[in-house]
Design a protein around this ligand. Sequence first.
Ligand SMILES: [Zn+2]
Length: 393
Amino acid sequence: MKTSLNTYTVKEICKGFVYNELEGKGLFGLSGKLTIQPEYQRNYIYADGKRDVAVIDSMLKGYPLGLIYFNKITDANGDARFEVLDGQQRITSIGRFVTNKLAIIDSNGIPQYFSGLAEDKRQLIEDYKLLVYECEGTESEIKEWFKTINIAGVPLNNQELLNAVYSGEFVTAAKAEFSNSTNAKIQMWQTYVSGDPKRQQILETALEWVSSHNRQGIGDYMSQHRHDKNIDELKLYFNAVVEWVSSVFECTESEMRGLEWGRLYETYHGKSFNATDVQKRVLELYADPYVKDRKGIFEYILGGEIDKKLLNVRVFDEATKKSVYTIQTAKATAAGVSNCSYCAMSDNANKCKIWKLAEMDADHVTAWSKGGATDRANCEMLCKSHNRAKGNR
Ligand SMILES: [Zn+2]
């Protein structure tokens, strides 16, 4: 990998600066030779009147803005082009300022645009030197480097990194669908998918689903489809999952957000569900005080209400267990049988065994799923192996 350190003035960098207001992107600089926001870069997030203004204030005070990184690409004719690897937020803020799209607030609280600044201040900005580290290398070298430089500042997340590594037509089209803030469907998707669309997290989920619900498989999928001009498969699969969820569950509970819908779709989409019955069960389980994990309600219903572990049904507390154990053990000792009623009925060596408290578990006499309460009256202590056997029935 070839690297070199250069300096550019703000005037040079901002020559031919173009800002796309609609997409909130700084596009080009260095007289067109610099791509400020290559497709793989995160969206411009400094436009908040604080971070962007802080960049300009730093320059006016003569503070350093930190190192900027370019990826250098030399074409067949030996002409160099550059892409911003790190520093896009800073350069876009500077570019917006010198093109009068961003104002700073002066000491009197009045907004000041670049064109309204005194001549010496304008000069100060234009002559401000940006320190740029330029790197020319292979894909894997760039990837490695990207990881390193992003340790400082807001690090790129996994998907942003993958978008960088596999940049191309496919990523461009995928971003236009899944991280486009003007896409009206995003709000509906967020009922089921968690994460920030701008940080590529809806795209990440869509890719995870289409690559067999395997987060590790996303890179492979992106690599295989890197030069595809369409994202039909990705879109179709994502939409199929979302439509299936919304047809089975009428509700839009907050606990539905971020569940593994792709996996659930694969497992259960061949099964038929009556949305009215499903909705009734959802409401009942939501109202059940023994259900501790509401996120598990959906998979529990889809699976035919068998796997209670998904609901993390409330267990008996220690005081209840101890009290039931004491009474049960006293009775068993007096009768000369095991304090586990299942052992007592058996013909094996445990028939008369008195188990210690730690060797037993609490069991619902009437199963929770049949309406049994988690209270002392419905609690029985069983030896661990009988409790396990009963629970698995
Ligand atoms: Zn037993």
